[in-house]
Design a protein around this ligand. Structure first.
Ligand SMILES: *Cc1c(COP(=O)(O)O)cnc(C)c1O
Length: 411
């Protein structure tokens, strides 16, 4: 490989057909933001829309807005918009609650759809909430159900005739390693298990084809690559073929067939509507809608191409210029999502030193420095400048200062 230069990256920016998308986002001058995989950037159109929803819809139209501004339809409308991004035909997705809550709802429904089976399989080192929610569900169900969390290479072998559900995160939150959705789904289904995908770290970063890979269930966040805003509601997907047997345990009034009949007995709504529990977060939905509309203007294949290219270049720069780090992500872009982790035991302090220079990545214990590549608003030259700053911080041990070594609550 020839030695890369800053000029090389400047040229790539000039030729980048996605470059104009950066104008759709509100980014401080001088900021290099490599954390869009954790909290996406604010779309420029969001503030005006939220302000309109607050001042007119809430401020003036008040309770009439549930009907005249379709507040009640937003969970399904937004669900279908997410569906466009993840290859799901309309009527199988809903935007509601958090990813954590949705994992519980769908995992519980899965256990009901596979009576007599006692295993829930996932991988060790999966995102903590995914593990905890399965553990909580198993505890609630008593001895019938156990969680089997295994190292990645053992997961597929463990799926057997006693497995009710396999829950995996498509792109691993630390390493960026990506599962082949199609192969894994087929394998789980061959054993009679249901397959649930957590798309939190892949939705908005690459094309996904939920219907085509024959996924059973899926969940994911909207505040990461989708830019829905801090704490924006999550999504659920239940494949059409399962909707008639789908019964989730959080039987709130808005999942009822006739919520405004206020009957004493619960009777689940038909279809995906039954995944609803309570009142939707109207302001959060408004912010998410703007962000989804931005995302729906771009071709996900093009986004993925730029994301792979950026990941490859970043790894190449680290290998050429940064002997202090080991690359903790798959080097092959076919097996990697849209972020790259590099490993160092002083990772926390190094990230803090970068943040002080207005270059924002993040740290995931014990030793992962994580850099997310969001093709809609990141420039190629940002990669060069980030690695250049890393070289300075490492060569001159600039991370080794008390102010960088004390850990904050959120890393
Ligand atoms: C970010 C993330 C979550 C977060 O869940 P919340 O309920 O929104 O806190 C869950 N799972 C995975 C895999 C994630 O990456």
């Amino acid at each position: 490989m020839s030695q890369l230069t800053r000029t090389h990256f400047e040229t790539l920016d000039q030729d980048d057909s996605l470059a104009p998308m950066r104008n759709e986002f509100s980014l401080q001058d001088g900021l290099i933001y490599l954390d869009g995989n954790s909290l996406g950037v604010l779309p420029k159109a969001t503030a005006a829309h939220i302000s309109e929803v607050i001042q007119q819809q809430w401020g003036v139209d008040l309770i009439r807005s549930w009907n005249c501004h379709q507040w009640m339809q937003k969970p399904t409308e937004l669900g279908d918009k997410v569906g466009h991004l993840v290859g799901a035909e309309a009527g199988q997705m809903l935007v509601c609650d958090t990813t954590s809550i949705n994992i519980f709802k769908l995992a519980a429904a899965a256990v009901k759809m596979r009576p007599g089976r006692t295993k829930l399989i996932t991988e060790t080192g999966n995102f903590a909430t995914d593990l905890y929610l399965l553990q909580g569900l198993a505890k609630l169900l008593g001895y019938q159900v156990q969680v089997v969390a295994l190292p990645r290479h053992e997961v597929l072998d463990a799926i057997d005739d006693d497995t009710a559900l396999v829950l995996l995160t498509h792109v691993h939150f630390k390493t960026g390693a990506m599962w082949d959705m199609s192969t894994v789904t087929e394998l789980a289904q061959q054993k009679g298990a249901l397959m649930m995908w957590d798309l939190s770290h892949s939705v908005g970063a690459m094309p996904i084809a939920l219907d085509k890979v024959n996924a059973d269930l899926a969940v994911g966040c909207t505040y990461k690559y989708l830019n829905g805003g801090p704490g924006s509601p999550a999504f659920v997907y239940v494949a059409k073929r399962h909707l008639s047997q789908f019964e989730q345990p959080l039987t709130g009034w808005l999942g009822h067939a006739k919520p405004f009949a206020f009957e004493d007995d619960y009777q689940g709504a038909a279809g995906i509507q039954q995944a609803m529990c309570g009142t939707p977060p109207v302001l959060a939905n408004a912010a998410l809608e703007v962000a989804l509309d931005v995302m729906l203007t771009v071709d996900m294949h093009q986004v993925r191409r730029k994301s792979k290219h950026m990941g490859n270049l970043f790894i190449e720069l680290i290998q050429q210029r940064c002997p202090w780090f080991e690359v903790g992500s798959p080097v092959s872009d076919e097996q990697r999502g849209s972020h790259v982790s590099i490993i160092h035991n002083q990772g926390y302090a190094i990230i803090q030193a970068l943040i002080e220079r207005n270059i924002v990545g993040d740290f995931r214990a014990p030793d992962n420095l994580r850099f997310g590549f969001t093709p809609l608003y990141l420039k190629y030259v940002d990669l060069w400048d980030t690695v250049d700053a890393l070289v300075d911080i490492m060569t001159n041990e600039l991370w080794n200062q008390p102010k960088f070594l004390t850990q904050n609550a959120v890393t």
